[in-house]
Design a protein around this ligand. Structure first.
Ligand code: GUN
Length: 305
């Protein structure tokens, strides 16, 4: 039996409606400042859709675009100004930053109360301890997705593939706090497939195109694909997708020279998994929805609500 679809667009809409309703009920206007340094095209798209979503939900938003040659000191000055700006509840500095900038210093300069990305050491520390904190949007969105589809987490063996600060580590902690048995795998893990095959839930967050195949998945497992990669060749697309998706993707490739794919190979995984997220339309939309929720939450906390 082919896997059922975990529809991230549907869950994201549900979360965004909840946020918009709460914003209008409270009669406040939470404010998000998005900071973009340089001209990475993907980052521009992400920041653009974050700002647009704010507008749609009744939040205040502002975009700060700085040139690629911005220094750490200049960026620190902007962060400091935003920390003190009463109209701003959330500050998001789009990653990755140009290499002359000390990213860690920037992230640590953001007021933890406005850290809607959950990247500050104070929020990470609180997450480790299971205390109330602003939590990284993508992993928080994955939990919302699993809950929406009533996928049991407590007692499940969850295998997280990837150990990044943005996804793998916070994801593992969130699953642990929900009483999963958690295994973290990464690029140095020996016999990855032997471990992922023991999983009830697999979270793929490695950043390698279609690396998780049917051989990695136990019959009936739930598979969440956090990957966002570009496939740029016909051979790749033919391997990754079965028909009719293959034809669609080849058309996208012909038109744009690339198509967005995850860390999971749907052609083979769909035959094994009970549930699977598509890419696009899985985890991606949830990241933005959770950013809206975090901005609302930061606004409520700052106002003592
Ligand atoms: N770059 C990739 N993902 C993210 C994210 O969730 N937040 C920020 N600020 N930058 C990112």
């Amino acid at each position: 039996m082919a896997a059922q679809v975990l529809n991230g667009v549907e869950v994201a809409d549900h979360i965004k409606q909840r946020v918009a309703a709460r914003v209008s009920e409270l009669g406040i206007k939470p404010g998000l400042a998005a900071v973009l340094v340089g001209d990475d095209p993907a980052s521009k798209v992400y920041v653009g859709s974050k700002v647009k979503t704010c507008e749609a939900l009744g939040l205040h938003s502002e975009k700060h675009e700085l040139p690629a040659e911005t220094t750490t000191e200049e960026l620190l000055a902007l962060v400091d100004r935003l920390n003190r700006d009463a109209a701003i509840d959330g500050i998001l500095v789009q990653m990755p930053l140009p290499k002359q900038i000390d990213s860690r210093r920037i992230l640590e300069a953001v007021d933890p109360a406005k850290d809607v990305d959950g990247f500050h050491a104070v929020n990470v520390g609180k997450l480790v301890q299971g205390r109330d904190a602003l939590v990284a949007c993508t992993p928080a969105g994955v939990i919302e997705l699993l809950d929406y589809y009533k996928i049991p987490i407590a007692g499940a063996h969850a295998v997280v593939v990837g150990r990044s600060d943005i996804v793998g580590k916070p994801m593992s902690l969130l699953l642990l706090h929900r009483h999963a048995t958690v295994t973290i795998c990464h690029s140095k893990t020996k016999d990855l497939a032997a471990i992922t095959r023991q999983a009830d839930i697999v979270i793929a967050a490695i950043g390698r195109t279609a690396m998780i195949t049917g051989d990695h998945i136990r019959e009936g497992a739930v598979v969440v694909d956090v990957g966002m990669n570009d496939a740029t060749s016909e051979e790749e697309i033919t391997r990754i997708f079965a028909e009719p998706e293959r034809t669609k993707r080849l058309e996208v490739l012909a038109k744009r020279g690339r198509t967005l794919v995850g860390d999971v190979e749907p052609r083979t995984v769909v035959e094994k998994a009970s549930w699977l997220t598509p890419v696009p339309g899985g985890v991606g939309p949830l990241t933005i929805a959770m950013l809206m929720q975090n901005t609302l939450r930061a606004a409520e906390m700052r106002r003592g609500l």
